[in-house]
Design a protein around this ligand. Structure first.
Ligand SMILES: [Zn+2]
Ligand SMILES: [Zn+2]
Length: 340
């Protein structure tokens, strides 16, 4: 089978390797659609400590090809997606429902071979039946599950005024979930006009063009600041800029992933005096199922969030363009040929 490798930071290739065999309790999945994520670009740029070579990719859907011994709930031909976070469910953290701190954590596309390949094996407990959901939409279950985990953490309330920094696919998922959660006002900021037009189309009450007038624009939209600011950029400078946009008692959700060694400067007196809350959100935790239901029911619509649709052979060029921020919205890769 063909698989895409990051051999070392900045160096990629597509190689032929053996199709993995499903072990006991494992499902072999023919990968039909995979989303390209910021995490993949960070791996490509060498921003994380991670073993190389690595097959990245963790936002995928596909068809069950074969099952290993003891697999009860899946059979060949079933359409599926999988939670790429492989938790042990046995350590102290897992037992306390803190699976994203699992002591034996294995992340697909990081510690174990990822989904930018024609086939992949997953433990049965991570696999979900997507029913009639199309493969491209189903590749968005994982990003939406991360967004829902962020909302579990930040708990947007009825009547909150929310500002989303970054109008990429993730920002536009947050926008829809905030609206469903009953936000009083939603605003989206970006440095480009085109994604802001899409944010408007998807129901943003206001859009802010992120230039030197951002603070004035924000004040005009939400006097006194935003109750919740969600950073989806992972750009330290943008996060610093967010603090003055927060209302008293405001919350700032760190959703975008900054480089591991980045630092930001904040004024601790301001955090004290204005009772600000900073919240981290790391991947997902038991939100995969609810994300899948949100897509099946149409509560969240991802049809406009896709950018380039490519084959596996085109990925080396695309990941470079993505790292240079030259792509838009969510790139989807089809390792076994184009499907819907
Ligand atoms: Zn991702
Ligand atoms: Zn564990």
């Amino acid at each position: 089978m063909k698989a895409f490798f990051i051999e070392e930071p900045g160096k990629t290739c597509v190689k032929d390797i053996a199709v993995p065999a499903p072990g006991a309790g494992e499902v072999l999945i023919k990968v039909m659609a995979v989303g390209l994520c910021g995490t993949d670009a960070h791996l490509y740029m060498g921003d994380y400590e991670n073993p190389y070579p690595v097959i990245p990719g963790h936002e995928f859907s596909g068809i069950v090809e074969a099952v290993g011994a003891g697999v009860k709930n899946f059979r060949p031909g079933q359409h599926v997606a999988a939670d790429p976070n492989i938790y042990c469910e046995a350590c102290d953290h897992c037992k306390q429902n803190r699976q994203n701190y699992c002591l034996d954590y294995r992340g697909l596309g990081n510690q174990v071979p990822g989904a930018f390949a024609q086939y992949i094996v997953m433990p049965e407990r991570c696999v979900y039946d997507i029913g009639s959901l199309d493969f491209t939409t189903a590749s968005m279950i994982e990003p939406l599950a991360c967004v829902l985990h962020g909302h579990d953490r930040a708990r947007p309330g009825f009547g909150d005024r929310v500002l989303i920094l970054g109008a990429g696919a993730i920002g536009l998922l947050h926008l829809q979930v905030c609206k469903n959660d009953g936000a009083r006002l939603t605003a989206v900021a970006d440095i480009k006009e085109e994604p802001l037009r899409l944010a408007k189309e998807l129901g943003a009450d206001a859009v802010l063009f992120n230039d030197h007038t951002m603070k004035e624009q924000a004040d005009a939209v939400a006097e006194g600041g935003f109750d919740l600011v969600i950073d989806c950029t992972g750009v330290p400078k943008v996060i610093e800029q967010a603090v003055p946009l927060m209302a008293d008692e405001g919350r700032l959700l760190f959703f975008g992933v900054c480089p591991q060694d980045a630092e930001i400067s904040v004024n601790p007196y301001e955090i004290y005096q204005r009772e600000l809350t900073f919240i981290g959100s790391n991947s997902l935790k038991k939100t995969f199922y609810s994300a899948m239901q949100q897509l099946k029911s149409g509560k969240v619509n991802v049809s406009k969030l896709f950018g380039d649709k490519i084959l596996l052979d085109e990925l080396p060029r695309q990941i470079q363009a993505f790292a240079e921020k030259k792509t838009k919205l969510k790139t989807v890769v089809y390792p076994n040929g184009f499907v819907s």
